[in-house]
Design a protein around this ligand. Structure first.
Ligand code: ATP
Length: 438
């Protein structure tokens, strides 16, 4: 069989494994489909994304409250939200090879795309992971791993009101894991069974929903600019009523041009007052806002920007992966924004066997590491090889300590994207790095 050319996604997957960004979950046991483990560089990149989101949408605002709710919730939550009844995908099983397919993705619903066998009838498949709580395993012990973080926000609405008496409008934000028993997990970390979400429920008056929807659409665009997702690769698609979730009166999907097609990156939905009303009914606890100023009592409506952390990482990697030629050699580099790059700077002594260079480089390394954190020391191989290694993981700056450094306390700072080098006093390094990553 002829070898197929490596696709861009293959190259990204292989770089991620080789350099410690992402590994197949449970790999030494043959893997577990739909799960991935983040390695040291992957977790650094992911934390930078989550921290920036939290800073932009929680810390830098006065109207936002963060929560970290339990993943296991009372099953009545999912009864009220409609997930037990309706969180399902159409599934078809091949009668010959027994593989399962998401019916909407099949071109021919009669013939198996893998073995050409006859396909069975379409049936609904609930995507929530069932588990049981406690020692007995009867119906009363059934619970679910949450399929979205939003549930944990709605059940804490009253707690936030009681503890903080927020002014209206206000939002509740959460970052956390969600679980979906996807029929066909695929495309690296695009469709996972264990995923992470960054979600906000922003509580508004019904009369303001159209204006608030526009405000949140802009915030999502600002977010993509802040982390460095190229917006020319993102398309905002109005979701027609028949494809919207049961609770939504308007949804926009932010679709990104992934190497395997244009697919949903984020969603923005107007969920009306569906959730608060349903949970108030399900729990018999009124979920209302009382406005001191006007004496009004009402059930707020909600705008929900919903962002997948893993799809964010994948879009960032797709935008960042670049091949070019430098010094007559092919090179691969990740053009990540310095703000989210897992390593901000690498410090090198020009020569490994010159004690005074190594000692000085160690001093510079410790000084900037204590201020910036994500800095590494490397004295392995020649300088060219060290540059290539850092390029491949997206380190924006390499700092070299040479013989001139010993005389005048200046270093060479090399820029990842252009390969340009500049001389800089050691005393200015930390300030320079702080400025470019802030
Ligand atoms: P899709 O249509 O691709 O299945 P969805 O419409 O079900 O996605 P939402 O329920 O709106 O997705 O979830 C909010 C966000 O969570 C999505 O925009 C996406 O970023 C992320 N997400 C959803 N499902 C997955 C998954 N299986 N793996 C990774 N991320 C996911």
């Amino acid at each position: 069989m002829k070898n197929l050319p490596e696709t861009k996604l293959d190259k990204i997957v292989s770089l991620c494994k080789r350099r410690g960004f992402l590994y197949q979950g449970s790999e030494i046991y043959g893997g577990l489909s739909g799960t991935f483990d983040y390695g040291p560089l992957g977790v650094a990149l992911k934390n930078n994304v989550k921290n920036l989101w939290w800073k932009m949408f929680v810390d830098d605002r006065e109207d936002m409250y963060g929560v970290d709710a339990a993943i296991l919730m009372n099953p009545k939550v999912w009864q009220a939200s409609g997930h037990i009844g309706g969180f399902s995908d159409p599934m078809i099983e091949c009668q010959k090879c027994k593989k399962h397919f998401q019916a909407d993705n099949l071109e021919d619903k009669n013939k198996c795309p893998l073995c050409a066998g006859k396909l069975g009838a379409e049936r609904r498949f609930n995507m929530m992971f069932k588990t049981s709580i406690g020692a007995s395993e009867d119906e009363s012990s059934v619970s679910y791993l949450r399929p979205e973080t939003a549930g944990g926000i709605f059940v804490n609405f009253k707690n936030i009101i009681d503890s903080f008496h927020p002014k209206f409008p206000f939002g509740i934000a959460q970052i956390g894991k969600a679980f979906r028993n996807e029929i066909a997990p695929r495309d690296f970390i695009f469709r996972l069974r264990e995923l992470e979400q960054m979600e906000i429920e922003y509580f508004i008056r019904e009369s303001d929903w159209e204006a608030e929807f526009e405000i949140w659409r802009k915030h999502m665009e600002e977010w993509m600019d802040a982390i460095g997702i190229d917006r020319s690769h993102v398309h905002e698609i109005e979701v027609p009523a028949e494809n919207r979730a049961h609770y939504s009166k308007r949804t926009i999907d932010f679709e990104y041009e992934f190497p395997f097609g244009q697919k949903e990156l984020y969603g923005l939905a107007y969920r009306t007052d569906f959730d608060l009303r349903s949970h108030a009914k399900g729990s018999s606890v009124p979920l209302e806002y009382y406005d001191d100023a006007t004496g009004e009592r009402f059930v707020p409506h909600v705008i929900e920007p919903s962002l997948g952390v893993d799809r964010t990482i994948l879009a960032l990697l797709c935008d960042a992966y670049t091949e070019d030629e430098m010094d007559d050699e092919m090179r691969v580099y990740l053009k990540l924004h310095p703000r989210i790059a897992p390593v901000k700077a690498a410090v090198f002594p020009l020569l490994k066997n010159k004690e005074e260079l190594v000692a000085k480089a160690r001093l510079v390394y410790s000084a900037i590491k204590s201020e910036i954190g994500a800095v590494i020391f490397d004295d392995n191989g020649n300088i060219g090889k060290r540059y290539r290694r850092q390029d491949e993981i997206g380190t924006p700056y390499c700092v070299t300590i040479d013989f001139d450094t010993l005389a005048d306390d200046t270093v060479t700072v090399r820029h990842r994207d252009t390969g340009k080098q500049e001389r800089m006093p050691i005393g200015e390094l930390a300030g320079f790095l702080k400025k470019v990553i802030s």
